[in-house]
Design a protein around this ligand. Structure first.
Ligand code: FAD
Length: 469
């Protein structure tokens, strides 16, 4: 039977859940605090450029949960995949191709990465194990560094895996879960559809919201929810400054701790509140957006691996200081979709990890190092800058109301993934979570879309295993 549903927040998780429920005939009102939709996956415009709030690329493109949601709701999301997907720079330099399944390709990557020949067998065994996708649950509680060390102690393999962990989870490989990494790596490289949406990252939540409206749902921007109303342990609606919205179901994309704040902690068992408050977060990401007056960088994405001992690359995050040599992830969105910049111009986004909760001064100091390194990597870059913008942890906090300003969500650490990830269902009847904090696996936005697919499954007859896909 059609239900009256309020969705709090238009991040990827909220937008996907709202569209999927509207498609099933429910009566949906989505309320968003800001004047623009999309949360951390929003895109903005300036002087003919369309840039993302994040440094976004999508590991599974059309084949992952974004594609599944889009097809189910009849959305118009279109994807672009480039191969070679990325140009690796730093201690070594080469073009990275997506299809690493053939042994010959793995041999070529090992050689280009500078793996020592005596370590080839260990590196191949690691690759085979990751690509197989087996052992996810068994390794959920193991940290990625320990997992990689079972196969090889090769410096370049460790450096690559540590940087990839920071890219996937905004966590170093000392912190991230090996099980979660196997899950993500096997899908990304077996599907080989790493890509970017036509029109910018904001098209992902944007196309879900358009589908929501086509299916009769309503989106209200600038409508922050101040309170989730609960009577006798059951949700009855929400309140905003402009009034009350009655609902049989409330689905919150505001994050687990903000949802507790909105509902009132007294509504939840003490142990649930304690657990939520004790959860740790991913790192923040700080980013530079550059508008260039000409095409300086020829690649779709640049992945800079620092020239530092592999296990020390992200010490700066733990020690809360600027990096000696920054790891940089640098999509060049206008090389993928030329419409994102005026003709002849180039849009470049460069980002790196920063501590969750980092001060504005520290964020700026980290970005200064990133800027210096980008200018060093690409001669002529500095002279071509028309304007640049910085986004820091502080902007992420303003966007999400999460104090940590984390890039991803609850950290994908041993103890916070798989069966131990916070659940979508809450102890309050009719109140559910969605988004990157709960109920799924994957990388950032894909975890958020995955959680929406799982939510729809749970709200249905609930039979069978959850469709984390
Ligand atoms: C710099 C950076 C780089 C990233 N790179 C990638 C990447 O390459 N690939 C990838 O897949 N992911 C990446 N991510 C992560 C990804 O963006 C997030 O994990 C994902 O977008 C989170 O989605 P969400 O559904 O949890 O919602 P959020 O993005 O957290 O959105 C929540 C929404 O809820 C709204 N809201 C909150 N409280 C209320 C309220 N009380 N009333 C009304 N509305 C409210 C907020 O305004 C917001 O719009 C990156 C993130 C950052 C910051």
């Amino acid at each position: 039977m059609a239900k009256k549903v309020v969705v709090i927040g238009s991040g990827v998780g909220g937008a996907a859940a709202a569209a999927l429920l509207a498609k099933e005939g429910h009566q949906i009102t989505l309320l968003e605090s800001h004047h623009f939709p999309g949360g951390r996956c929003a895109s903005m415009g300036k002087e003919g450029f369309t840039y993302d709030f994040g440094v976004h690329m999508f590991s599974r493109g059309n084949k992952g949960p974004h594609g599944t949601v889009n097809r189910r709701v009849g959305g118009d999301l279109a994807w672009i995949t480039r191969d070679p997907a990325c140009h690796v720079m730093g201690r070594v330099e080469f073009d990275f191709r997506l299809n690493i399944r053939p042994l010959l390709r793995q041999f070529s990557v090992a050689r280009q990465l500078g793996v020592r020949p005596k370590n080839y067998i260990g590196a191949f065994r690691l690759m085979r194990s990751l690509l197989s996708g087996r052992g996810v649950e068994k390794n959920d509680g193991v940290c990625l560094q320990d997992y990689v060390s079972r196969f090889t102690n090769d410096d370049m393999v460790h450096l690559f895996m540590n940087c990839l962990s920071q890219l996937y989870f905004a966590l170093s490989y000392r912190q991230s879960s090996a099980g979660e990494f196997i899950w993500c790596f096997s899908r990304m490289f077996n599907e080989a559809s790493f890509g970017y949406p036509l029109g910018g990252s904001g098209r992902i939540p944007g196309s879900f919201l358009q589908a929501l409206e086509r299916h009769g749902g309503e989106v209200r921007l600038r409508e922050p929810v101040a309170h989730i109303c609960i009577e006798n342990g059951k949700v009855t609606g929400v309140e905003t400054a402009s009034g009350r919205y009655d609902a049989e179901l409330v689905i919150s994309d505001a994050g687990i701790v903000r949802t507790l704040d909105l509902a009132g902690r007294q509504q939840f068992p003490e142990e649930d509140v304690k657990r939520a408050e004790g959860l740790s977060y991913s790192n923040a990401y700080v980013t530079l957006k550059y508008a260039l007056d000409r095409r300086v960088i020829p690649y779709p994405v640049v992945f800079h691996m620092p020239s530092l001992p592999p296990e020390r690359v992200f010490d700066y995050v733990e020690e809360k200081r600027p990096p000696d040599d920054p790891y940089i992830f640098m999509p060049v969105p206008s090389n993928i979709d030329p419409n994102l910049a005026p003709s002849g111009r180039q849009l470049v986004v460069a980002g790196t990890a920063a501590p969750a909760g980092a001060t504005p001064e520290l964020c700026d100091a980290i970005l200064d190092r990133v800027h210096t390194k980008v200018c060093e990597l690409f001669p002529g870059f500095k002279d071509s800058i028309m304007w640049q913008l910085r986004s820091t942890r502080v902007d992420a906090t303003a966007l999400t109301d999460h104090l940590a300003g984390e890039a991803i969500g609850i950290g994908q650490t041993p103890g916070q993934v798989g069966a131990l990830r916070p659940e979508l269902v809450t102890p309050v009847s009719g109140l559910w979570l969605v988004g990157a904090d709960a109920g799924s696996r994957g990388i950032g936005t894909e975890m958020a879309s995955g959680s929406a697919l799982n939510l729809i499954h749970r709200l249905g007859d609930g039979s069978g295993p959850e469709p984390i896909n």
